[in-house]
Design a protein around this ligand. Sequence first.
Ligand SMILES: NC(=O)C1=CN([C@@H]2O[C@H](COP(=O)(O)OP(=O)(O)OC[C@H]3O[C@@H](n4cnc5c(N)ncnc54)[C@H](O)[C@@H]3O)[C@@H](O)[C@H]2O)C=CC1
Ligand SMILES: O=C(O)[C@H]1O[C@H](OP(=O)(O)OP(=O)(O)OC[C@H]2O[C@@H](n3ccc(=O)[nH]c3=O)[C@H](O)[C@@H]2O)[C@H](O)[C@@H](O)[C@@H]1O
Length: 437
Amino acid sequence: MKISVVGTGYVGLVTGVCLAEIGHDVTCIDINENKVKLLNSGKSPIYEPGLEELMVKNIEEKRLGFTNDLEKGYHGAEVIYIAVGTPQKEDGSADLSFVEGVAKDIAAYLRNDTIVVVKSTVPVGTNEQVLNIINSLIDKKYYVSIVSNPEFLREGSAVKDTFNGDRIVIGFEDDIAGQVLEEVNKPFGIPIFKTDVRSSEMIKYASNAFLATKISFINEIANICEKLNANIEDVSKGMGLDQRIGQHFLNAGIGYGGSCFPKDTKALVQIAGENFYDFELLSSVIKVNSSQQLILLEKLRDRLGNLRGKQIALWGLAFKPNTDDMREAPSIAITRKLIEEGAQVLAYDPIAIDNAKHVLRKEVSYANSFTDAIKGADALLILTEWNEVKQFNLSEIHEYMAAPIIIDGRNCFELDEARKANVEYYSIGRPPITLGK
Ligand SMILES: NC(=O)C1=CN([C@@H]2O[C@H](COP(=O)(O)OP(=O)(O)OC[C@H]3O[C@@H](n4cnc5c(N)ncnc54)[C@H](O)[C@@H]3O)[C@@H](O)[C@H]2O)C=CC1
Ligand SMILES: O=C(O)[C@H]1O[C@H](OP(=O)(O)OP(=O)(O)OC[C@H]2O[C@@H](n3ccc(=O)[nH]c3=O)[C@H](O)[C@@H]2O)[C@H](O)[C@@H](O)[C@@H]1O
């Protein structure tokens, strides 16, 4: 099938590459010329395990191309995927200007019947709006139908998720369009859940909101565990063994970040509000997450007192491991506060430093390695659970820090390990390890 994918961000690029891999003839369109140049030279603009290799393979096998020439990009497409951003506006609602812009572009270049698939995360009713925009602008001899196909991939495992997802959701009113999308996706071998367009749009927001709720819930349980000297790791495991609860997304930490949970939870509260419904539970989830992002600082102040002039090392800046994405990373709020309180911050992240430089306060300095960051530090804060962090031999920390104080926002180490390594270790929802204990 001849497919065009509009937007080559985390979702569009992965979708385009994976659709090519299952045999479709794919053209990816982006208005960002630099991105397209990079992509055409076989380089991925984002860090995503396995993506670049698969991309190069499909370019070589002539099933995948990139362009910023809209006429060429849209020409002859039987299916057009919209995968552009839907960022958060100031009031929390979703900014649909990119999606609407693409709808106008599609109308301007349409020369055949087409199925438009909305992959971007959009408020209920947006698919209808997109179809109305296109239909109001095109020659009536062309027939356009719309299919909602929300995306559930996670950054850092996007390619793997695309080939191994739990479900593919397609929402449609036009049965033929639904059948075509089912055919397009069949080679993935993933169960396909069919529904109407509005329910499909809601499935995406409800799924992200539910996952965010799990995280804020377990973080509050962790905070209570700390007061009661219980251990959140065991509490999560014990809860997760109940299949009705499930073991996933019960890792306590410094809260969720990233390009989607923060914006999609806020957008859903906004959508509910516009329809005269106060989504109290989700509003609390968001509030809990904001406080949780700063919980390490409370622990740091408890231990060091005033932070003025203190040298603080940070391990990890990205909102999660295996990605260079810094959007809404907890490190942004944490570094802002540290700088405001007069601390000197030296940070290391294996992948995200280039992006971090654009969003963190300019006072933050960057190290060349994890160990470089902790040399002479008064305390270490762990913000991202990179494998290199989890595999670090804690006993070696004495070579770099005279009196190691570690405040771990991602529970990377077993308490016993910290005890044996003779370090002071404060984590989330677990008893502290203080020297001699
Ligand atoms: N990042 C993620 O892990 C996930 C994102 N989503 C949703 O997918 C959508 C896309 O997200 P990302 O890929 O993160 O966005 P992104 O911001 O990384 O990429 C969007 C791309 O669209 C391009 N673009 C904007 N207007 C255009 C136009 N008129 N024509 C062609 N290209 C255009 C931009 O240049 C950019 O390269 C959002 O709605 C997001 O909520 C859904 C699931 C996962
Ligand atoms: O809509 C989206 O963009 C995507 O949002 C999330 O994916 P992503 O943001 O890439 O990453 P997650 O692995 O879900 O992690 C999100 C945040 O939650 C945090 N998290 C996750 C799980 C957990 O148990 N505890 C926890 O604090 C992570 O550290 C991270 O900051 C969803 O998992 C995807 O299904 C969805 O497609």
